[in-house]
Design a protein around this ligand. Sequence first.
Ligand SMILES: [Ca+2]
Length: 250
Amino acid sequence: MKRLMRKLALVFLLVGLLGHSFGSAPTRRKIIINEDFSGPGGSNMQTLLVLVQSPLVEVLGATVVSGDQWRDEEVAHTLRLLEIIGRSDIPVVPGAVFPLVRRREEAQLWQERYGKVAYAGAWDDRWWHDPFVVPALPEGAPTTKPSDEDAAHFMIRMLHKYPHEVTIYEGGPMTNLALAISIDPQFPELAQELVFMGGSLNPNTDNPEFANNPRHEFNFWFDPRRRKSCCARPGKKSCVRRPIFPSRLA
Ligand SMILES: [Ca+2]
């Protein structure tokens, strides 16, 4: 049921995102997919596939952040998927390995005090490994390489190249966005829109992931300080916060 809910959430989020391009928009919408691209399958890769294959969208790049898995593992999965679908022209740009401040030890202490979470992403005991180890990929190792640029500077460069034309789709922890805003305070106002998944304004679910705090989900839980720094500076008009986890769809 959890997987179904996530898939439904993803479909509605992406349909809403693409919906801006239907009708009057004459050109393809420029999007940077900033995501914790865990693989080889799952909702993160489904996001990439939907947006890359849409005739309504021009994907400028896939910027990677630790979350569901560690960054380097996610980079490898993303490169390999783009190889498989013949779209290695899309740059895969490594971002933050760690949250801005929070560490796994802090998250573990938090769980001792407030209760164990149902899902801890890269920090989860069930599949824990060193942050810079890339386990063997079931789909095979990629032969292509990631960008030499880091995610924050790539996003800043794209927004200055295409001011007010780029949508940031944020499907993971917001660490890369927080770094970009710290480097370039003009960043939020240069974006056309920020679309992110991080919580629900009207939660109604018995999903164990939301037992401790139903209003935020993993993307906010993993790196809460970067979430605060991003949401406190959404820009005057250009960034729209669109929190979503449509648990009512269940
Ligand atoms: Ca994600």
